[in-house]
Design a binder for this molecule. Structure first.
Ligand SMILES: *Cc1c(COP(=O)(O)O)cnc(C)c1O
Length: 491
């Protein structure tokens, strides 16, 4: 909930404590039994608000509409891959056969769940070209952390102290963050005018303390790192490894294998590429795929298959250890598994083709109206514009993003990557129809027209949203981090 939200009258009523609900039925107060269970900390009766079911349902449904979700409208948030979450995934994840399992249940009684995880691992192995996969990491960022720990363990096992990780200047913020968390030093690599990594820059940065290169492919400008194989060869010659941030796997599933590009370890965001919900919609999942050399260090437990029987192996003396309790976000693994099985390999290839086609369609329709930095002939899964054509009228990327809200769209990612001044990063994904893309492009073209004719209009947008433009400078300087409901909600 927004901290500055004003509380409406009906909301106040809802939160006011009463023993009567609003349809007039009164419930007895929840009594704490005289004899409290041993060790109970509860000392007095619970004074809970009592409401009818329709009131509660309406309250939360109303709150849910204040949010924006992919089920409501187009959500072209670049780099985040906000694609459709198929409802059949939800059916599977909620199926009693899975949802009622206990994580401590004996292995013999959960063979189906283990088999599902094992099969998912095998599919991800195949698609990445790697020798092993762990499904344990709970997000892309935790996948990065896992991969970096594997790299550290590998070098330490070889009695080498390598403390530096090379990261391109277009990288997602989690890359330098996880490197630092894993105890590495970050060395920033500049992007060329073409929007790619250059062999020369890498060559210049290599030394005996470089543990790895951490590269995003396609990179956050939406371009394929064409020199990756040659660059990887350089790193390997130097005794270093190559990590791929696979958050943009959406662009090439079934079409290329990162192993063939010289990558040793990568993470895959199931909540991006493989359609499981994220953001407010669900927890993430960031499996890590790796080559044989890194296998001894993988986190535990490991899912094994021996003569048609599945089991969990916790005994790995060189393992980096456990990442979380139990087996990762199992519900997300089920959803990704269903998505992959529904599409099949041909469907997955088609998905990537469509993701790329849709991004290029938007690029082609908007390039007359918005500046294209680092222009190349085509982009992959996402396209980046800047506000260069609008700044002469005093209109910035923020104004464009805010104006989009008035038309019901979630804005694209803005001001990222940092190498593009005033970036607007658009990722439509494969799951949007041509009609949706056209409507969005028409709106963007309309806004470009407004920027010329009536820039003042954009400066004050949005007009149609529950919360108007917030004073971001004031919010940053004077953050109010507590939410006060009303004076009746005591303590
Ligand atoms: C989303 C993303 C990440 C981080 O993944 P999370 O699952 O959000 O932790 C890392 N790198 C890139 C390029 C991303 O788009």
């Amino acid at each position: 909930m927004n901290t500055n939200q004003t509380v409406t009258v009906s909301e106040k009523l809802l939160f006011e404590r009463s023993t009567k609900n609003r349809v007039g039925v009164s419930f007895p107060p929840l009594d704490v039994p005289e004899k409290k269970p041993h060790g109970s900390l509860l000392r007095k009766n619970l004074d809970l608000p009592e409401l009818s079911e329709p009131d509660v349902v309406r309250h939360y449904t109303r709150l849910s509409h204040w949010n924006f979700s992919i089920d409501q409208n187009f959500y072209p948030l670049g780099s985040c891959t906000m694609k459709y979450n198929p409802k059949i995934n939800e059916w599977g994840a909620r199926h009693e056969a899975f949802s009622l399992l206990h994580p401590n249940a004996p292995e013999d009684s959960v063979q189906g769940a283990l088999e599902l995880m094992w099969e998912l691992q095998e599919m991800l192995k195949e698609l990445s070209g790697m020798d092993g996969v762990t499904l344990l990491p709970l997000a892309g960022a935790q996948g990065e952390f896992t991969g970096l720990k594997l790299i550290r363990a590998f070098h330490e096992n070889n009695k080498q102290t390598r403390n530096k990780i090379l990261i391109p200047d277009t990288a997602h913020g989690t890359n330098p963050a996880t490197c630092t968390l894993a105890g590495f030093e970050v060395l920033k690599i500049p992007t060329t005018g073409e929007g790619l990594l250059s062999i020369e820059h890498i060559q210049k940065s290599l030394s005996h303390d470089v543990a790895a290169l951490m590269v995003t492919n396609p990179n956050t400008l939406g371009y394929w790192e064409e020199n990756l194989k040659e660059i990887a060869d350089l790193l390997h010659k130097n005794g270093s490894l190559v990590y791929c941030d696979g958050a943009n796997f959406n662009a090439f599933v079934g079409l290329a294998k990162m192993r063939d590009c010289g990558v040793d370890v990568m993470h895959i965001n199931l909540h991006k590429t493989f359609s499981t919900p994220h953001g407010g919609g669900g927890p993430g999942s960031g499996p890590v795929a790796f080559i044989k050399k890194l296998e001894p260090f993988q986190p535990t437990p490991i899912i094994k298959k021996e003569s048609e029987k599945f089991s969990l192996d916790w005994n790995k003396s060189q393992s980096i250890g456990a990442l979380s309790t139990f087996y990762g976000n199992f519900g997300m693994l089920i959803r990704a598994y269903i998505y992959m099985k529904t599409l099949g390999i041909e469907g997955l290839k088609h998905m990537s083709h469509m993701a790329v086609l849709n991004a290029n369609y938007i690029r082609a329709r908007l390039k007359k109206y918005y500046d294209l930095p680092f222009p190349r002939k085509f982009c992959l899964h996402e396209t980046i514009f800047s506000d260069k054509k609008q700044t002469p009228y005093g209109v910035t990327t923020l104004d464009i993003a805010k104006r989009l809200l008035d038309f019901g769209y979630h804005p694209p990612t803005i001001y990222f990557p940092l190498v593009v001044k005033g970036a607007l990063m658009i990722e439509p994904t494969e799951s949007e129809s041509k009609q949706t893309l056209d409507d969005f492009c028409d709106t963007m073209i309309h806004i470009a027209g407004e920027a010329q004719k009536n820039p003042q209009l954009l400066k004050k947008a949005p007009y149609n949203t529950r919360v108007r433009r917030v004073d971001e400078v004031r919010a940053a300087r004077n953050p109010i981090l507590t939410y006060k409901l009303s004076s009746t909600a005591e303590e």
